[in-house]
Design a protein around this ligand. Structure first.
Ligand code: NIG
Ligand code: FE
Length: 425
């Protein structure tokens, strides 16, 4: 007789991240049943559990994963610590495929040069473009695997990766292929984003609008036809692209049926978020300089606000994103690492969560929702980010008393188990 479930894990406290009125959407003392890579059932651990256990091919008592207090004696069965089960983390904004590094630029900044100064002198993103263009696919892949592995070790099961360090079509396509190939090397899903409009390449210095023509008429059609990207992003900024240039890229993305994401209001209030909302963007990212008066537009368009405290920290910024106003308008806030060589060499989603609390005053629950349910929305993914029947069985188990500990500690925790699409990895 076939089994109803492939795997059943019991004695867990589930932080479902649903809105069930309890902090973290808690489902206390539950079992989770998995079938074909998805969550098949969520079952309270009561007297009926023994019947359910017979219906699963593999059964795991989660309390056996953690060392129980020795002095618990005979009560151990009833009082044994139940691990917390959380949705796999989703890092919804990274640039982790790139050549070289920017340690030298870091030293220049420590001596007083600003991020903008360095960019204007041809360093910054353009420096990484030079090194990425020279890097072959194998080198790019090997370095990217190492970086992504760090994220996976903390329980990240989905990563968004942007292009944007090639700018020419060949290198952009190479970056996107390398990003997607990480799925072959690590237990992770990759979402790719074409960020051709990240910086103006040297070959177009005299003709910025010509570069936008190239993106809209050549690069984007090719990338869309080859299914290389799941979304399109633009760096709308004084040192990036103007709103009218940004709008041309958005409208071209829309023509090709690709959803929009945008780097906006990171260094100035350029009104990129207003434009992104007009185009129904999935997310606006950074947004330190976002004006309170523009927030209702994001609420209306269902756009997620992606906070990137790593870049804020690393660039010693002082202008904070308008968290209170975002909250007041119920704009979902996601948290991501922005892992990149220049503004956020941060290979830790847990540290990003901690930073979002310390630097931006999010609550630990907001931080955890930001790296799960809201991060999924920032990528337009409805099949993950919460623990519920029918969703992907991407989840992690933790030896903590409360999920808040994950945002409270710095480098204090690693998951005691990670499941990716139903498989223990
Ligand atoms: O998200 N703001 C633009 N892009 C990246 C930085 C990239 C870089 O400096 O290499 C960011 O901060
Ligand atoms: Fe970024």
């Amino acid at each position: 007789m076939g089994y109803q479930y492939d795997t059943l894990i019991y004695n867990v406290r589930i932080a479902s991240m649903q809105n069930n009125g309890l902090p973290y959407g808690e489902l206390p003392s539950h079992a989770i049943a998995l079938k074909d890579g998805k969550i098949a059932a969520l079952i309270p651990c009561d007297n009926s559990l023994s019947e359910v256990l017979k219906q699963a091919k593999n059964v795991l008592d989660a309390t056996t994963l953690i060392s129980q207090d020795e002095d618990e004696g005979e009560d151990e069965g009833a009082n044994a610590k139940h691990p917390w089960l959380l949705p796999g983390f989703i890092d919804c904004h990274t640039h982790l495929v790139y050549g070289g590094n920017r340690a030298e630029e870091f030293e220049m900044r420590l001596q007083g040069a600003s991020y903008v100064d360095i960019a204007q002198r041809g360093g910054g993103i353009k420096g990484t473009v030079e090194k990425t263009r020279c890097a072959d696919e194998r080198t790019l892949r090997n370095t990217a695997i190492k970086r992504a592995k760090r994220l996976c070790e903390e329980g990240v099961t989905t990563i968004e990766v942007k292009s944007g360090y090639g700018l020419d079509l060949d290198t952009e396509a190479r970056m996107l292929r390398v990003a997607k190939s990480l799925e072959q090397h690590l237990p992770v899903s990759i979402q790719t984003t074409y960020l051709g409009a990240h910086a103006l390449p040297n070959e177009f210095t005299e003709d910025p609008d010509g570069y936008i023509d190239f993106i809209c008429n050549q690069a984007l059609p090719y990338i869309a036809s080859q299914n290389l990207a799941d979304a399109v992003d633009v760096f709308c900024e004084t040192i990036g692209f103007s709103t009218s240039q940004t709008e041309r890229v958005f409208s071209s993305a829309q023509k090709h049926g690709l959803p929009i994401k945008a780097h906006v209001e990171q260094l100035s209030d350029s009104k990129g978020a207003v434009l992104a909302a007009k185009y129904g963007a999935l997310s606006v990212d950074h947004i330190e300089y976002l004006a309170d008066s523009d927030i209702p537009l994001l609420a209306q368009s269902g756009t997620v606000a992606v906070l990137l405290p790593g870049a804020f920290y690393y660039l010693s910024e002082v202008q904070k994103p308008p968290v209170n106003a975002l909250r007041a308008h119920n704009v979902p806030m996601a948290i991501a690492t922005d892992f990149n060589p220049g503004s956020s060499p941060l290979a830790s989603i847990l540290t990003a969560m901690n930073m979002s609390c310390v630097l931006f005053q999010l609550t630990p629950e907001e931080a955890l929702r930001g790296a799960t349910v809201h991060a999924a929305s920032a990528l337009g993914l409805q099949d993950r980010g919460i623990i519920d029947v029918g969703r992907l069985a991407d989840f992690t188990l933790w030896d903590v008393e409360t999920p808040a500990e994950l945002a409270y500690c710095i480098n204090g925790h690693r998951p005691i188990a990670v499941y990716k699409e139903g498989k223990h990895v």
